[in-house]
Design a protein around this ligand. Structure first.
Ligand code: ATP
Ligand code: MG
Length: 446
């Protein structure tokens, strides 16, 4: 990590914009995430500019560019540089927060100091100007060095102002692989219920980033009380003794361990976090130990409800729910099984299901882990089935509904049943996918 100006290479558009504002007598800096990421040697996702110019002044300075005004009441003008959007925001002091959510007023300021003071964490509160250098009023560089997320100012006050910052702290710690500074951490635990005032959409956005971060495991384990505020279903899992020789962890710890073995893919990690969510409610005990009959199916129901509540897109809800439902099904490596899976999910999701099984197994007690090597067989079979263009669903079946109508089967439900029966026989290898033979079979078996 380099903490001087040499770490920062401004894209041409950013440099040009800062210079142009300067020529017109305004001060302007690159600020926030882009400065932080440059110091960390990570490619910034986007470059934000903060300036003393008021929004209408920014519009005048860039009147020869295309402008987007959507954020203007917060002081943001988006300027398009050769099609690339650059957000330029006026220095702000946030007004009183009356509902722990949104400032009741946005006051513009002519001072960079004000603007840095309203930012959430020290590592996010640094600014850079190509001639004036780095402005770091809160020890952001020191915290980068120490790998700490620390609130700017008094953490309790800052969380009172905006409860989302509680989850943002966890998100940045997870994504950057940082710890959370002691006082900030204490305030997070103490103020966690402020997250109840935050919209599900904003929670979801931060939580998704948290889940795919390098430090997700540590954060999920250390802050399960905070996560429980918007995901109360995990509370019974925390500390839940599985009473099983196969498990060395409680349900929650097992889920988080499994999640941390997985690639940083959102759907996979969501499914792993939730795969055993129904274990506490399906627990039974006999002389062999703990059992969790139907925890996959019940878990799928709970998953659907949770993801709906957090306003995930329908596609994500459907896919994660199916992954949770199937996570515990035995999947013998046969073409038949592969084809049945292909009927239900995309090839990509079949790979996810196998990754989920792999991670689930790895998070079992040593000596009681099923081998993971065999899990690559199904994806190989899927490839083979694709290469052979073998039939695995109705659209690949050599016989269509029309053929059956012509063969004299009455329209309606019976057609559907006949097609499904033929498909099952083709998938099971009992009949070839051949139109003549299939129609003969139907004729003989009506
Ligand atoms: P990313 O790379 O994920 O976009 P980022 O640091 O740019 O990270 P954003 O959410 O895009 O994060 O916010 C941009 C900057 O705005 C932050 O770096 C921070 O300075 C400030 N900021 C954003 N949200 C808040 C908030 N709720 N409270 C205070 N400051 C905030
Ligand atoms: Mg950003």
């Amino acid at each position: 990590m380099t903490f001087d100006a040499t770490a920062i290479t401004l894209p041409t558009s950013v440099r040009t914009a800062i210079e142009r504002l300067g020529v017109r007598g305004f001060s302007a800096y690159a600020v926030g995430g882009c400065v932080r990421d440059s110091f960390l040697g990570r490619a910034p996702q986007d470059w934000d500019i903060t300036t003393s110019a008021l929004p209408e002044e920014v519009e005048t300075v860039f009147s020869d560019h295309r402008l987007i005004e959507t954020g203007i009441e917060h002081g943001t003008v988006t300027v398009l540089f050769e099609g690339q959007p650059l957000e330029i925001t006026t220095f702000r002091v946030d007004g009183d927060y009356i509902d722990n959510r949104h400032p009741s007023s946005v006051t513009f300021s002519r001072s960079l100091e004000d603007d840095l003071a309203r930012r959430d964490f020290t590592v996010n509160a640094m600014a850079y100007h190509p001639e004036k250098g780095i402005v770091d009023l809160y020890g952001g560089r020191e915290d980068l060095q120490k790998k700490l997320v620390r609130a700017v100012g008094d953490p309790e006050k800052r969380f009172d102002e905006d409860g989302l910052r509680i989850l943002r702290a966890l998100r940045f710690a997870s994504v950057l692989g940082f710890a959370i500074e002691e006082k900030t951490a204490a305030a997070i635990h103490q103020k966690k219920d402020l997250l109840r005032n935050i919209s599900p959409e904003r929670i979801r956005e931060e939580f998704c980033k948290l889940l795919v971060g390098v430090g997700a495991k540590e954060i999920l384990l250390d802050y399960s009380d905070v996560i429980s505020v918007f995901l109360p279903e995990i509370s019974p899992c925390v500390g839940f003794d599985q009473k099983s020789k196969y498990h060395c962890y409680d349900v929650y710890r097992h889920s988080v361990e499994a999640l941390s073995c997985a690639k940083p893919d959102l759907l996979t990690r969501l499914a792993l976090l939730l795969h055993d969510i129904a274990k506490p409610s399906t627990f039974s005990l006999d002389r062999h130990g703990g059992h969790f009959y139907d925890h996959g199916a019940k878990g799928a129901e709970m998953t659907e409800e949770i993801l709906k509540r957090l306003r995930f897109p329908n596609d994500t809800i459907e896919r994660v729910t199916l992954l949770v439902e199937k996570h515990d099904f035995p999947i013998p490596a046969t073409e038949r099984v592969a084809k049945r899976l292909m009927q239900k999910m995309s090839d990509e999701d079949i790979l996810r299901l196998m990754e989920i099984k792999r991670c689930d197994r790895l998070a079992h007690a040593e000596g009681y882990r099923e081998p993971v090597e065999s899990l690559s067989a199904i994806p190989e079979l899927v490839k083979k089935i694709r290469a052979e263009e073998a039939c695995f669903n109705l659209s690949g079946l050599a016989v269509k509904g029309d053929d059956l109508i012509r063969a004299g089967i009455p329209q309606g439900e019976e057609i559907g049943r006949a097609l499904q029966m033929l498909l099952d026989k083709v998938i099971d290898g009992e009949l070839p996918n051949d139109k003549r033979i299939l129609l003969e079979f139907i004729a003989a078996n009506r």
